[in-house]
Design a protein around this ligand. Structure first.
Ligand code: 13P
Length: 243
């Protein structure tokens, strides 16, 4: 199964316009039963869009974030139980933009645990900074981001999706070079193999309609987590057609 995930982040997206652009570029003949298309809008749109039958029978909906805490006195937060109430199937965890706001590997693990307990699939983001890449420390860093998760025998990581998103390729318009993507993805795959895990690994970072076919050809990549190029329904449809 391949996954194509739109992370709209905190951008203003008119979802009616987005859908008409998507639909005018993606018709019935393009439907690919081995591709899941997942949209992660902001929480307000998520609550609205995920409840519309006309949308929920064509797209899967995901949250961009969730609290690691149980329902209660946490002003401004959204719990896993809230996501469950509106039937959300996926949730991004550990995105670098949230890690920059203080989301640690411990918090990531707590979120993963809570999501799995409600059968919501965590999409766990990992990826190194430019400095780390430059110093040839990518593998050690990626392993450090995975370690807490791998060591917890109670977590069923086979129910998770992982996204490799090198920070230096996010929002830049130019993705990581193919050789870096290949090296990092095959390293992540090797680590998972050592733990007898067979996981879905996505790539994220400046994926667009022009470069998506080439990146998709890299071994062990099962799809993309897309930011900027998912904001335009037409471009996102063109990426979907490349699967
Ligand atoms: P861009 O596609 O804008 O580089 O963003 C990638 C990303 O952060 C998806 O989560």
């Amino acid at each position: 199964m391949k996954l194509l995930i739109a992370n709209w982040k905190m951008n203003l997206v008119d979802h009616q316009n987005w859908l008409s652009s998507f639909d005018s570029n993606f018709n019935k003949s393009h439907i690919n039963n081995s591709l899941k298309i997942i949209i992660c809008p902001n929480f307000l749109q998520l609550a609205d869009m995920s409840q519309k039958n006309s949308l929920s029978n064509r797209f899967i909906f995901g949250a961009q974030n969730v609290s690691e805490n149980p329902p209660g006195a946490y002003t401004g937060e959204i719990s896993v139980e809230h996501l469950l109430e509106i039937g959300i199937d996926y949730c991004i965890v550990g995105h670098s933009e949230r890690r920059a706001l203080g989301e640690t590997d411990f918090i990531v693990k707590d979120k993963v645990e809570k999501l799995l307990s409600k059968k919501i699939t965590p999409v766990i983001c990992i990826g190194e900074s430019f400095e780390i890449q430059k110093n040839n420390e990518t593998k050690t860093f990626l392993l450090s981001q995975l370690e807490l998760l791998l060591k917890d025998k109670n977590l069923n990581l086979n129910k998770c999706v992982f996204a490799y998103e090198p920070l230096w390729a996010i929002g830049k318009g130019i993705p990581a070079d193919l050789s870096t993507i290949k090296t990092s993805i095959s390293y992540i795959k090797k680590v998972f193999d050592e733990y007898n895990l067979s996981l879905t690994i996505l790539y994220g970072g400046s994926v667009n309609e022009k470069n998506s076919s080439e990146i998709l050809s890299v071994d062990h990549i099962s799809g993309f987590l897309v930011g900027n190029s998912s904001l335009d329904g037409k471009e996102f449809a063109n990426i979907a057609k490349n699967f």
